[in-house]
Write a new protein. Structure first.
Length: 119
């Protein structure tokens, strides 16, 4: 019910924009979180945007580089990722839930999209 796209391979310093589109789910009814998981590491919340779209939050590791936004007309939430670093390499997931929170707070998950940052 959530479909991510936009992942790929990029050099350090590059940019990618991830998209999370709802299929049979209207995203503006939900808080949307972006998470990532690197091999051997726990799933980490990168960013989350509430139903109102106000005051999105970010992990300290991505503040100032990543921006989350909504386009309700397209039923899509974006994650703009700039100044990418090798440590940003991971599978990125979007999730929909009632409020921004830990992974257990979300009701729906996408299948993930791979982001690889390497020279």
């Amino acid at each position: 019910q959530l479909v991510e796209s936009g992942g790929g391979s990029v050099q350090p310093g590059g940019s990618l924009r991830l998209s999370c589109t709802g299929s049979y789910i209207t995203l503006y009814h939900y808080a949307i979180g972006w998470f990532r998981q690197a091999p051997g590491k726990e799933r980490e919340r990168v960013s989350c945007i509430s139903t109102s779209g106000g005051s999105p939050n970010y992990a300290d590791s991505v503040k100032g580089r990543f921006t989350i936004s909504r386009d309700n007309g397209k039923n899509t939430v974006y994650l703009q990722m700039n100044s990418l670093k090798p440590e940003d390499t991971a599978v990125y997931f979007c999730a929909a839930g009632g409020v921004c929170g830990s992974p257990g707070a979300y009701d729906y998950w996408g299948q993930g999209t791979q982001v690889t940052v390497s020279s």
